[in-house]
Write a protein that binds this ligand. Sequence first.
Ligand code: F6R
Length: 242
Amino acid sequence: MEVVIVPDATAGGELIAEAIASLLSRKPDALLGVATGSTPLPIYRALAAKVAAGAVDASRARICQLDEYVGLPVGHPESYRSVVLREVVEPLGLSEASFMGPDGSAEDVQAACEAYDRALAEAGGVDLQLLGIGTDGHIGFNEPCSSLASRTRIKTLTEQTRVDNARFFDDIDQVPHHVITQGIGTILDARHPILLATGEGKAEAVAQTVEGPVASIVPASALQLHPHATVVVDEAAASKLK
Ligand code: F6R
């Protein structure tokens, strides 16, 4: 696992946008796995700026979602499909056709999860998977004690994660209880997972991820098993590393 410490979130975003630009120059139709939440926004802004300046050609890039709430109405502004369209697909000038994600409104959620894992494999697998980390060490929405071999499936959010995500909704009662998330095994299939963590609130989870044992109680620690995983942390998030 490669750990890179950067001064702040903006620098982290710039560094990872550079890595994406480099991938797209080698593989213009790369499949980019994207996370939602606050952490990756500097990456998306830096990448969109490069595209707007003509420094990167992202026109053939393909985008796939890491996770999705279950039960939000189609088109809800906080569904992760809407967020990814707004923050990634549109700013990069891509069409909806270049984008795929799990169907959080499916009647048969289990079938939708299996279909999504199949679709990722049929698309040739994820080339670069962006990840954030929860204060409890989750990646995607693989909450503590998730199987390290798990595939895309439905999960129940912990109360802590619902509280953390309540800022995107009018009140906590609107935060869904369930999500579809790529499993830890699914995430580890990506050729290059890159986790970005910023801010002091992530420092404990980062320390356990990087320096603790590989353990399902800290799902992100599974990245230690990947031959080519990168963890980018700002100084605040690195503050509990030895
Ligand atoms: C979101 C996701 C989550 C977030 C994590 C951190 O798609 O998979 O694992 O990355 O909850 O969220 P922020 O970045 O908002 O602190």
